[in-house]
Write a protein that binds this ligand. Structure first.
Ligand code: NI
Length: 288
């Protein structure tokens, strides 16, 4: 190879190097262009609820980022369980306090009074209210109160088809059971209106209808004195007393009502305890 040959060889080598360099950078460009796509897909996966869990940070990182522990708060007093150990309403003069249409704004204050007095009650709750005050329902159950079904939205069940009435009960039972683990077997039909069809719907769910024998009309009078007087008038062993936990005057009256009933020798119990054995689909307004 002469000088000319060497020069041609150098040109060929230079051309090859240039080509290789060009190829390499083209490959880099392809990779670079694809990166954001991969990152985007990762982001989407990360945002999805069912996406894979990101790797846990190392222990060292965790320790550094954990805030110092706050001073321990004093343990809250456990809420008392208001259920008496043994109650035989065939022997004792039992009475059941019942509260309809909640849970609502004042129900917590009512539970405070009942807890202080150590007496149980029965709450006939509305499904729509349970959705708004779930913690109150959990508290009712934890403190030993009975929870009954007062329908989802307070319609007259007699105006509904059996399917619609059934839905009113089932939807309410479902939210109560989700919160308390217990499906109610006590139903108070709104306005106390029922008929054979409604009772059959209630009975199909293994439940009974619970009305009342003493009506305080607290929702109407909204007066502590009147509500108290009505609660104590005509009360007798086996009475079921109707009140509403949606009125502040009822909450104000309840302490005195409990005191006077107990002073008169009555034992306050839940409706289940008051009734004893019952027949599904039956309707009760008093201890049988
Ligand atoms: Ni009602």
């Amino acid at each position: 190879m002469g000088r000319r040959g060497a020069a041609v060889g150098a040109v060929i080598v230079a051309a090859w190097l240039l080509a290789a360099a060009a190829q390499g950078s083209a490959a880099d460009n392809v990779q670079a262009a694809s990166l954001p796509v991969v990152a985007e897909a990762d982001q989407q996966r990360g945002q999805g609820a069912s996406g894979p869990t990101p790797p846990a940070p190392t222990l060292g990182w965790r320790q550094e980022s954990v805030a110092p522990e706050p001073a321990p708060e004093p343990e809250p007093e456990p809420e008392p369980d208001v259920r008496p150990a043994v109650v035989d309403c065939a022997v004792l003069a039992c009475v059941a306090l019942t509260f309809d249409d909640g849970p609502a704004e004042y129900t917590g204050a009512l539970l405070d009074v009942l807890a202080a007095k150590g007496v149980p009650a029965t709450f006939f709750v509305l499904g729509i209210q349970v959705e708004q005050f779930p913690d109150i329902v959990i508290r009712m159950a934890a403190e030993g109160h009975a929870i009954g079904n007062h329908s989802w939205s307070h319609p007259r069940l007699t105006n509904l088809s059996p399917e619609q009435a059934g839905w009113q009960l089932d939807a309410t039972n479902t939210v109560i059971a989700q919160l308390t683990g217990v499906t109610p077997t006590l139903v108070r039909p709104p306005y106390g209106t029922s008929n054979a069809t409604v009772l059959a719907v209630i009975g199909d769910r293994g439940a009974v209808s619970v009305l009342w024998s003493v009506d305080t009309e607290d929702w109407r009078n909204r007066d502590v004195e009147v509500t108290t007087a009505r609660a104590l008038t005509d009360v007798e062993p086996g009475s079921i007393i109707l009140m509403h936990d949606i009125r502040p005057t009822t909450v104000e009256a309840i302490g005195g009502i409990v005191d006077q009933l107990q002073a008169a020798g009555f034992t306050l119990v839940t409706v289940d305890a008051l009734l004893g054995p019952v027949t599904p689909g039956g309707s009760y307004r008093h201890r049988p």
